[in-house]
Design a protein around this ligand. Structure first.
Ligand code: NDP
Length: 431
């Protein structure tokens, strides 16, 4: 039972992530999931659910730690940080902060990506002077290095957030140490006299570029071990590369996201950016190194069709809402039926937004399914290659509940009317 203090704080703050003490568990569970994915599927064995249950061997000789991985990880992070500071980049202003000021950001993520990815392609695949397969061999030690680094960074961020005069995040300043450590107390921690924004850097640079390089390393390992890169490996690399390049090219867009404007910088984002994204999203490519099966033309066509369907829904729905919000008289959206709300804005109740309240999430998830299918189709019974779309489904369901909560606060009774008109949350006729 919650004590009086907890009850008072719970009234004042809206606690997510299983309440004020939940994050104390999450900081162990999430790294454990990363390790479980490696233990659950590696070159020695892979968890299989059917036709018969096969558990992975716990006896496998996985190396979990190496000095070279620690050195390489530190060199990677610090090298990128140095290049970010030294190389030119566009300047952009963030949103207006609660104190009325705006921070300036330096944007050169795409430039650094081209340098790092270009060098890896040239020296790894063209001149073959660089053994990118090392990233596969050292996958677990590199994960350990990133978990250790992101944890140390989070401890530093938490400790340094008690300095006077800092702008704190409303979400991460509850007085519950585990919760605040997880959510992040300080809103925009910066180094070098305010020149280097730690949160924006970690959100896009080491994690996303690292993810692309890890995938490339898996492809290289497959090439050197099996003599060629399979079409399934190629699809996984290309699909995920497109997503990464899009995010880096549109770096400015991150400045208006909740991560930058509202959330503090704590373990959730530091671990998520530096360890979770690069080391779990690469599960499909890592699986394909050891299961280098080639997709049939029908399999290829199916994967491409699923990807195209997901993109059609995702892009169609998001563009329809963006167009409507920027100009409701635009001939492409003027015909849509709408519900006028007391708040002043209208909600679309036909077209994509009449099928489900977050039909855009459904399209996004279908694209995620297409990321996993090239690996999944080559070994339907294994579960690890499907990790991304299982995790993404949970994330989108949770996010839909969060958005529903904030829309109910924003729109009041109008939101109930809207829900009666558009009954499904994410999947038409199902959910
Ligand atoms: P949405 O783009 O769905 O935006 C939700 C907001 O849109 C609501 O708060 C409301 O704001 C407005 N809205 C809701 N319904 C309607 C309607 N019927 N008519 C007009 N406006 C409406 O949510 P997100 O910002 O969460 O997602 C954006 C995209 O990012 C999605 O495609 C999602 O899939 C993707 N995403 C990807 C993630 C990843 O990890 N890859 C994580 C999270 C999201 P208001 O009324 O105030 O305008």
């Amino acid at each position: 039972m919650a004590d009086t203090g907890t009850k008072a704080a719970q009234k004042k703050h809206h606690f997510e992530f299983f309440g004020p003490h939940g994050p104390a568990l999450l900081v162990f569970v999430l790294p454990a999931v990363c390790y479980a994915l490696i233990l659950g599927c590696n070159k020695d064995s892979c968890l299989q659910l059917w036709p018969e249950l096969k558990l992975p061997s716990l006896q496998s000789n996985i190396q979990w730690y190496s000095k070279e991985a620690i050195v390489a990880y530190l060199a990677w992070f610090l090298g990128l940080a140095l290049l970010h500071v030294l190389l030119p980049g566009q300047r952009a202003e963030g949103v207006v902060l609660p104190d009325g000021k705006r921070l300036t950001y330096k944007l050169n993520a795409f430039r650094l990506f081209v340098l790092a990815y270009g060098a890896a392609l040239y020296f790894g695949f063209y001149t073959r002077q660089l053994d990118l397969g090392w990233l596969y061999d050292q996958f677990a030690p590199l994960l350990t290095a990133s978990v250790a680094f992101s944890t140390a960074l989070s401890v530093y961020l938490y400790a340094s957030s008690f300095r006077k005069g800092l702008m704190l995040s409303g979400h991460g300043n509850t007085g519950y140490p585990a919760y605040d450590f997880w959510m992040g107390r300080e809103l925009n921690p910066r180094l070098l006299g305010g020149l280097f924004d730690l949160k924006e850097f970690c959100e896009l640079y080491p994690g996303l570029i690292g993810w692309a390089l890890l995938n490339l390393g898996m492809a290289h390992k497959q090439l050197t071990t099996h003599g060629s890169v399979s079409n399934s490996m190629l699809l996984v690399n290309v699909f995920q590369l497109y997503y990464i390049v899009d995010a880096l090219w549109n770096e400015r867009a991150i400045l208006t996201t909740m991560d930058i404007t509202t959330d503090g910088f704590g373990f959730m984002l530091a671990f998520g950016d530096l360890a979770w994204v690069p080391f779990t999203f690469t599960s499909a490519a890592r699986y394909l190194v050891d299961h280098p099966k080639v997709l049939s033309p029908a399999g290829m066509a199916l994967v491409l069709a699923v990807k195209a369907l997901g993109y059609y829904i995702f892009r169609g729905a998001n563009s329809q809402k963006d167009m409507f919000r920027s100009n409701p008289n635009d001939p492409r959206v003027a015909h849509l039926k709408t519900l006028k709300t007391e708040r002043g804005t209208s909600l679309i109740v036909s077209g994509w937004w009449g099928t489900a309240r977050h039909i855009n999430y459904f399209g996004d998830w279908i694209m995620g399914l297409a990321w996993c299918m090239p690996a999944g189709l080559t070994g339907l019974s294994a579960i690890v290659p499907y990790f991304y779309c299982i995790y993404f489904a949970a994330l989108l369901v949770h996010r839909e509940r969060r958005d529903e909560h904030s829309c109910r606060l924003k729109y009041g009774k109008d939101w109930d009317k809207y829900c009666a008109l558009v009954r499904y949350r994410i999947i038409p006729y199902l959910y």
